[in-house]
Design a protein around this ligand. Structure first.
Ligand code: FAD
Ligand code: 2HG
Ligand code: ZN
Length: 509
C-alpha cells in the first residue's frame, strides 16, 4: 500500500541517534559566564540561605533530598543551551505537595527566593537561578495517579517526564496531546508552566485546551486545588489557566489533569524538498484543503537548518539538498481512507511542482529517522560554538522574512543563520550560531529582531516563554495595560516576589 506513495520518491534507510546526546557532550566544556555578569543584573533584597535553613529542609525532606555539594548542584545552575549560569547553593527535591507547601511557607517567611525547575530544557533561561535562589526540583514527583480510558483524562504529578507519560497512555490506546524534541527530559509540569507548543499543536491545540485541572501551591504555601478532570467546568474564574505559561512566577504546579486524545491507528510521515518559501506556503494551504482533519503536523526547515544538523550530528538526510524542506504528518483512524487522501495530495503536488522530491513512509523506524533529524535541529547548532535562539510568531505570509534580513545584517559575523519551525502555527525558530558568545553579534541581534517582529505584528515569544532572557522585550508584544495587570496578579499571589525572580516581568511595570 505504502509503496504506492513511493513512486518517484526516495525512501529513508538509516536510523539516527537521539538528540538528547547533544547535551552530554557539553558537560566537559568551559562553564558559561555567570548570568548576573553577562546580563548585568543586580541581586534583589532576598534572604541568604543559612545552616539553620538547610537543617530545616533536611528535617522535612531527609538528608538525601537536600543537595548542597557544589558539583551536584552545578547542573541545576546551567541551562540547556549553556547560555545562563546561576549561583544556587542548594537544590531541594520534594516528593509530595505537602512538602512543597512547607518549603514555600518557610521560604516566604524568610524571604528566600526559589527557582522551580522541571527537566531544565527551557530555552529562555527561566529554569535556572540567576543568583542564589533555592532550586526546587520536581524530579521525584513523578507518579501517574489515574487514567480514565473512556474520557482520556490522565492525572499525574508535575515531575513526570513527558515521554514516560506518553508511553504509559499509549499502552491504553491514547497519546499525550503534545510532543516536542525535549520529550525524553522535560516534565509535564514544565510543559504546563511554559505552555509548551511543539510539533502537533496544529492538530491537538494549545495546552490551555487540553489541561483539565491543576493543583498548585502559592508562594505562601497555600495549596490551590483545581484538580478536576471534567471537560466542561465553568464554575467561576478559570484559575487553572493562571498557572499555564506563567513560568513558575505565580505558583508551583504540583499535579495536573490532562486530556489525552486517542492513539491514531494510521500514521504517515512525508518529508519533501521545496523550491522556495512561497511554495512552502502553497503546499501548506493545499495540505490543509486536501488532508483536512488527518493533518497532524506541518513543519518547515530551510536548507541551512537541515544540512548543518545533518553535518554536525552526522545524521542522514534522506533527500538531497533543497532550499526548503517540509515535514508533513497525518494521524487518522482508517489506513485506506488516509492513504487515498494522501496519494491524491501527493500526485497533485508532485505534478504541480510544489513537491520537488520526497519520501513518504508509515514504517515506525523510518518515521523516527525523519523526526529525529527535525527534532535534532535545536541542539545541533551548539556544535558550532554558541547559539542565539529566537522563537517568534509572525503572520504567515511574512513568516520567513527575518531570516534573509538577519543574514544580510550579520554577514560573516555569524557562522550560520537559519529558520525552521511550526509553520502551521505561524511560529518560526531563528537560530544564529557563532564560534563563541560575543557582545557585538548580540547587540546586532537585540533589540533589532524584536523591533522587526513588532513591526510585523508578531510575538516575541511564540512557545518558549519569556524566562530570564526576554522580560526587557515583552513590551514589544504586550501592552502596558496588560503588563500592569500581570504585575497586580504577581503582587497578589506572591507579595514578597520569592517565586522565580528576575523572570517574565520587567522591573519597570
Ligand atoms: P524547565 O526548563 O525546567 O522550566 C521551564 C520553566 O517552567 C521555568 O521558568 C521553570 O521555573 C518553570 N517550571 C518548571 N516546572 C515547574 C513547576 N512544576 N511549577 C512551576 N513552574 C515550573 N518548547 C516548545 O514549546 N515547543 C517545542 O517544540 C520545544 N522543543 C524543544 C526541543 C528541545 C531539544 C529543547 C531542549 C527544548 C524544546 N522546547 C520546546 C523548550 C522546552 O522543552 C519547553 O519549554 C518545556 O516545556 C520545558 O519543560 P521543562 O520540564 O524542561 O521545564
Ligand atoms: C523546536 O521546535 C524547539 O525544535 C526548539 O522549539 C527551537 O531551539 C529552538 O530554536
Ligand atoms: Zn518549537
Amino acid at each position: 500500500m505504502i509503496n504506492m506513495y513511493n513512486s518517484g520518491l526516495s525512501i529513508v534507510r538509516y536510523l539516527a541517534k537521539s538528540n538528547i546526546i547533544v547535551q552530554g557532550r557539553y558537560a566537559s566544556q568551559a562553564l558559561p559566564q555567570l548570568s548576573s555578569e553577562k546580563y548585568d543584573v543586580k541581586r534583589k533584597n532576598f534572604g541568604t540561605v543559612q545552616a539553620a535553613d538547610i537543617n530545616y529542609f533536611k528535617s522535612i525532606l531527609s538528608e538525601q533530598r537536600v543537595v548542597t555539594d557544589e558539583s551536584d548542584v552545578l547542573p541545576f545552575n546551567i541551562d540547556w543551551i549553556k547560555n545562563c549560569r546561576g549561583q544556587s547553593k542548594v537544590v531541594l527535591k520534594p516528593k509530595t505537595t505537602e512538602e512543597v507547601s512547607k518549603i514555600l511557607a518557610y521560604c516566604n517567611e524568610k524571604r528566600l527566593a526559589v527557582c522551580p525547575q522541571g527537566g531544565n530544557t527551557g530555552l529562555v533561561g527561566g529554569s535556572v537561578p540567576v543568583f542564589d535562589e533555592i532550586v526546587l526540583s520536581f524530579m521525584l514527583m513523578n507518579k501517574i495517579i489515574s487514567l480514565d480510558e473512556i474520557s482520556g483524562a490522565l492525572v499525574c504529578e508535575a515531575g513526570c517526564i513527558l515521554e514516560n507519560v506518553d508511553n504509559y497512555v499509549r499502552n491504553h490506546n491514547l497519546i499525550m496531546p503534545l510532543d516536542l524534541g525535549a520529550k525524553g527530559t522535560c516534565h509535564v509540569g514544565g510543559n504546563v508552566s511554559t505552555n509548551a507548543g511543539g510539533l502537533r499543536l496544529l492538530r491537538y491545540g494549545n495546552l490551555h485546551g487540553s489541561l483539565l485541572g491543576i493543583e498548585a501551591v502559592k508562594a505562601d504555601g497555600t495549596v490551590i486545588d483545581c484538580l478536576r478532570s471534567l471537560k466542561k467546568d465553568n464554575t467561576g474564574y478559570h484559575l487553572k489557566h493562571l498557572f499555564v505559561g506563567s513560568e513558575g512566577t505565580l505558583g508551583i504546579v504540583t499535579k495536573l489533569a490532562i486530556h489525552c486524545p486517542v492513539l491514531p491507528k494510521a500514521v504517515t510521515l512525508g518529508f519533501f524538498g521545496v523550491e522556495n518559501f512561497d511554495n512552502v506556503l502553497k503546499l501548506y494551504r493545499s495540505a490543509k484543503a486536501s488532508l483536512g482533519e488527518i493533518l497532524s503536523a506541518f513543519e518547515m526547515a530551510d536548507r541551512e537548518a537541515i544540512t548543518s544538523t545533518s553535518k554536525n550530528l552526522k545524521l542522514p538526510n534522506p533527500l538531497s539538498e533543497y532550499p526548503f524542506y517540509v515535514l508533513l504528518e497525518t494521524h487518522g483512524s482508517d489506513e485506506e481512507h488516509d492513504a487515498d487522501k494522501l496519494n491524491r495530495f501527493l500526485n497533485k503536488e508532485m505534478d504541480s511542482g510544489l513537491i520537488l522530491d520526497g519520501t513518504v513512509t508509515s514504517e515506525p523506524a523510518k518515521m523516527q529517522t525523519i523526526w529525529n533529524l527535525r527534532e535534532s535541529i535545536a541542539g545541533a547548532g551548539l556544535l558550532d560554538g554558541y547559539i542565539f535562539k529566537y522563537d517568534v510568531s509572525i503572520p504567515i505570509v511574512k513568516y520567513y522574512d527575518l531570516v534573509p534580513l538577519l543574514r544580510q545584517r550579520l554577514g560573516s559575523k555569524a557562522t550560520r543563520v537559519y529558520g525552521y519551525g511550526h509553520i502551521g502555527d505561524g511560529n518560526i525558530h531563528i537560530n544564529v550560531t557563532v564560534p563563541e558568545y560575543n557582545k557585538e553579534v548580540s547587540s546586532l541581534l537585540e533589540p533589532f529582531i524584536f523591533e522587526e517582529v513588532s513591526k510585523l505584528q508578531g510575538s516575541v515569544s511564540a512557545e518558549h516563554g519569556i524566562g530570564f532572557r526576554k522580560p526587557q522585550y515583552i513590551h514589544y508584544s504586550k501592552d502596558r495595560s496588560a503588563l500592569g495587570l500581570m504585575r497586580d496578579l504577581k503582587t497578589l499571589m506572591d507579595p514578597n516576589g520569592i517565586l522565580n525572580p528576575y523572570k517574565v516581568l520587567p522591573d519597570d511595570v
